[in-house]
Design a protein. Structure first.
Length: 336
């Protein structure tokens, strides 16, 4: 009991200090905003189509370039925040939607929707992806609570194994029903098809950001462990469900509109935490900005590396994310 009380007091003091410290509008933060604005402008004027030399150039600018840049910003914020919340709930730095099978569950949801409705609307696809993401993430958390973990490295391994099983099921179903081309398209994260009328639902990510900020302190307490959170009067299971719902909603939106965006939720929260510590409320604006900047820069590279063609942004993020993932694994191994 004394140890539990000390932990509870430490947790409460931690939250209190976080509320009164960590100014957001600092010079580095303003500089980061300016950098994101510059990247956004570069993204708007990057592409093969000559918007200044063609008669319909500016019309195409607002049909394709503006929606693509907005989708980049919203997707970067969504996946980065999802990774941050998931790492906090699981108390593990190597966890994010890519390493927990959440992306694969969302893809399975899309396949099931197409099996039931041959030509589903975007809302139907989103609903299926969100529902399956929620169920899959809860199954992942169930495994974590039932398995004794001797090392934090086991957590992403369990997630990737679960994701591989779900991916195998998706592949089998797609082959049986001759949907392999559609599945490949969904799992290649690319912003090339984004245009007016095909991305607007991503603005719901703003509501996701507000929800995370509102539940920031309770999610932080949940990250301290079930015993500490319960002793401080927080319903631990309810917060886990809320956090899972937020993650599933964001991932379902992105997967149904854009496709697979790997490792963004791993890279950004780890980089931000490395410099700012573990403060969800204070780190959230930084995570959003860094996520926006990372995916926008990756998309600019994907459009220019082999012009006039472009590679999927998931290829750039996957390569960079794999390197960061290995570095985190090596650092974690040295600590243990």
């Amino acid at each position: 009991m004394p140890a539990s009380r000390e932990a509870s007091a430490a947790g409460a003091e931690k939250i209190r200090l976080r509320r009164h410290s960590g100014k957001v509008w600092t010079k580095p933060f303003v500089a980061a905003i300016l950098a994101i604005v510059v990247l956004g402008i570069v993204s708007l004027f990057t592409g093969v189509y000559d918007i200044r030399g063609q008669e319909d150039g500016w019309e195409m600018f607002f049909i394709t370039r503006v929606p693509r840049t907005a989708a980049l910003m919203l997707t970067g914020a969504a996946m980065s925040m999802s990774g941050l919340v998931m790492q906090l709930i699981t108390q593990n730095r190597m966890v994010e939607p890519t390493t927990t099978g959440t992306i694969e569950w969302a893809g399975l949801g899309l396949i099931c929707v197409y099996l039931v409705v041959p030509a589903p609307t975007l809302v139907m696809r989103m609903t299926g992806a969100i529902a399956f993401s929620f169920v899959g993430t809860m199954i992942f958390f169930f495994f974590l609570r039932k398995v004794r973990l001797r090392s934090s490295l086991i957590v992403p391994i369990i997630g990737m194994m679960l994701g591989a099983v779900v991916s195998a099921v998706s592949t089998f179903v797609s082959l049986v029903f001759r949907m392999s081309q559609s599945v490949e398209t969904w799992f290649v994260g690319s912003f090339a098809p984004v245009q007016v009328g095909r991305y607007e639902y991503l603005w719901l990510i703003v509501a996701v950001s507000i929800c995370i900020f509102v539940y920031a302190d309770r999610l932080t307490l949940a990250g301290l462990g079930e015993d500490v959170a319960t002793s401080l009067g927080v319903n631990y299971n309810r917060i886990i469900i809320v956090g899972t719902a937020i993650i599933s909603f964001a991932v379902g939106l992105v997967v149904s509109v854009i496709g697979n965006v790997p490792f963004l939720g791993l890279i950004v929260p780890n980089v931000v935490s490395m410099y700012r510590g573990d403060d969800l409320r204070g780190n959230l604006p930084w995570v959003c900005l860094v996520g926006m900047g990372t995916i926008t820069l990756s998309d600019i590279i994907s459009r220019t590396i082999i012009m006039p063609f472009e590679v999927p942004v998931s290829l750039i993020l996957g390569t960079a994310g794999a390197v960061v993932f290995i570095i985190i694994l090596l650092r974690q191994r040295k600590r243990t």
